[in-house]
Design a protein around this ligand. Structure first.
Ligand code: CDP
Ligand code: CDP
Length: 245
């Protein structure tokens, strides 16, 4: 057996998909692609154009016409890649709280998913790819040779995102108990809401594929998660790709 050529990594917000997915791709010499940026780019463009988020047909049209490109990092500022929307660098704009707040309703529109999934499948056709998202193992690449579903309890996930936000702004780690910081409370609330909408939508809801390996990363370091997935990759190579929790 050879190495799995397409690897799907799914899971809720801040379960570690992008960090681990990028490391995994780097280790294997594969392409890394984070599908979340596409849904974020459509949401950002809708907000920029002041389109109402409830306007399904206008937002669907936008998703069909917006040119989204994900290219090698064009600046050395901690980014994993550069995202261009109609040619403009929107890499960090996509991480704004306004985008977090509105991205799930946008992603629930069937026409938006249709437009973006078609592009994602084209990107994956080349093989040797780690594709990260919510529905990669279930919808985008149901034939992926290895499917991993990362999870973690919500308090841990919100804390990870909170650390990221504070560190990016202040350049240092926050002091004190996060549960008392309104910024942490807000990040956690937005995350819970986003997970709820993502898991309950009609089309391509967030859930593990039946043949996905579920990894609870709550008490794992990034390195431990990476090693666990590399074990699965090697098992697959030997033809022993075990499934289940
Ligand atoms: O990084 P984080 O997990 O917080 O979010 P993301 O992966 O950038 O995804 C942002 C949002 O896009 C999610 O909350 C979903 O609503 C949507 N999304 C999706 O519906 N399907 C995907 N394959 C990827 C993202
Ligand atoms: O892509 P996703 O939203 O699933 O998560 P991420 O952006 O890869 O991870 C969110 C944050 O949690 C990052 O700052 C990671 O460094 C951190 N993380 C962690 O501390 N421990 C893990 N086992 C996984 C991620």
């Amino acid at each position: 057996m050879s190495l799995p050529s397409t690897i799907a990594v799914d899971g809720p917000a801040a379960s570690g998909k992008s960090t681990v997915g990028a490391l995994l791709a780097h280790t294997l010499g594969y392409v890394y692609f984070d599908t979340g940026v596409m849904y974020r780019a459509v949401t950002w463009a809708a907000l920029q154009r002041e389109l109402p988020i409830s306007g399904e047909s206008a937002i669907t049209l936008l998703s069909e016409t917006l040119r989204i490109e994900v290219i090698r990092p064009t600046r050395d500022d901690g980014r994993q890649y550069t995202v261009l929307a109609d040619g403009a660098d929107v890499t960090w704009d996509l991480r704004q709280p306004q985008v977090d707040l509105h991205v799930s309703p946008v992603s629930a529109y069937p026409g938006v998913r249709r437009a973006l999934v078609a592009q994602q499948r084209r990107i994956a056709q080349q093989g040797r790819i780690v594709m990260v998202g919510r529905d990669i193992g279930t919808v985008v690449l149901p034939e992926a040779e290895l499917k991993v579903y990362l999870d973690a309890v919500v308090d841990e996930r919100a804390y990870r995102r909170y650390l990221e936000v504070v560190q990016r702004r202040a350049g240092e780690l926050p002091q004190g108990v996060p549960a008392e910081d309104p910024e942490y409370v807000e990040i956690r609330e937005t995350m819970v809401r986003r997970d709820r909408i993502d898991s309950s939508r009609q089309v391509a809801p967030l859930r593990p594929a039946q043949d996905a390996v579920i990894i609870d990363t709550t008490e794992m370091t990034i390195q431990q998660v990476l090693e666990r997935i590399l074990e699965l990759v090697r098992d697959g190579e030997k033809g022993e790709c075990g499934r289940g929790v």
